[in-house]
Design a protein around this ligand. Structure first.
Ligand code: ATP
Length: 237
């Protein structure tokens, strides 16, 4: 049997005012929405997986490997945040190149890979532009291109559409769906929008007060009526 993309086993994070506990197994190749009210623990879950928040207890495994002691840069993970994923003073191609080589030692095949990734996200010819001259949607697509050249098996998207208008949201959603189908990677995506869940995710991790209270295939999740927090999220009466 192939290893799960992600396993959280007895993971516990303690803050002054909250203790969060996570247990879940995400099979490889899924596009999982991570949802829940503000303060339910979504960002903390991502921080634990990416290595920014070492848990007090428990084990984080990615593709079967224990991540204990592995720094964020050493984990097979890429993260895209809501905003500020790019260095404003570096052009688009250089920002993407950082995904290949943090010291920017780039050969000609690397430059081809950068151009190819920009083309895949619909930004062919944007290489020399500086991030402040791009729209919010374009900047997020540059961040996606950088994730593409990294080829990490696990991609964490922390509300990647939050700063975008509805038209750009829909475009980004389509692009992420398409790239996920092409790459066959595993994606976890935090969202506050039921539409993103319905249109993009194949399964859902739903958090409530620092616990994963549901982890369902999308069809089962949309039928749930047993938890008030999920009803609120889905807009059920
Ligand atoms: N560094 C920290 N120090 C103390 N408490 C924290 C810290 N980070 C998170 N918490 C607490 O942990 C809980 C979960 O926070 P978290 O940011 O993970 O929620 P969230 O679901 O991502 O919220 P939002 O949707 O508002 O971003 C909250 O009670 C929060 O106050």
């Amino acid at each position: 049997m192939s290893a799960a993309a992600l396993t959280l086993e007895g993971v516990e994070v303690r803050f002054d005012t909250a203790t969060l506990r996570f247990d879940c197994t995400v099979p490889a190749g899924r596009l999982v929405a991570v949802a829940g009210a503000s303060g339910s623990g979504k960002s903390t879950l991502f921080n634990v997986v990416a290595g920014f928040e070492p848990p007090e207890l428990g084990e984080v495994r990615i593709l079967g490997e224990d991540m204990a002691g592995r720094l964020p840069a050493e984990r097979p993970v890429s993260v895209i945040f809501q905003e500020n994923n790019l260095f404003a003073h570096l052009d688009v191609a250089t920002n993407v190149g950082l995904g290949i080589s943090p010291s920017l030692r780039l050969g000609s095949s690397d430059r081809r890979a950068i151009d190819e990734a920009l083309a895949r996200v619909g930004l062919a010819g944007f290489g020399k532009r500086l991030p402040p001259t791009l729209s919010g949607g374009e900047r997020q697509r540059v961040a996606l291109a950088r994730a593409l050249v990294r080829h990490r098996p696990l991609l964490l998207l922390d509300e990647p559409f939050a700063a975008l208008d509805p038209g750009m949201r829909a475009e980004m959603r389509d692009l992420i769906g398409q790239l996920h189908r092409e790459e066959g990677n595993t994606i976890l995506m935090i969202t506050h929008h039921a539409d993103d869940v319905k249109l993009l995710a194949d399964s859902v991790i739903f958090l409530h007060q620092g616990r994963i209270v549901a982890h369902d295939d999308i069809a089962r999740f949309l039928e749930r009526r047993d938890l008030a927090a999920i009803n609120r999220f889905l807009g059920n009466d």
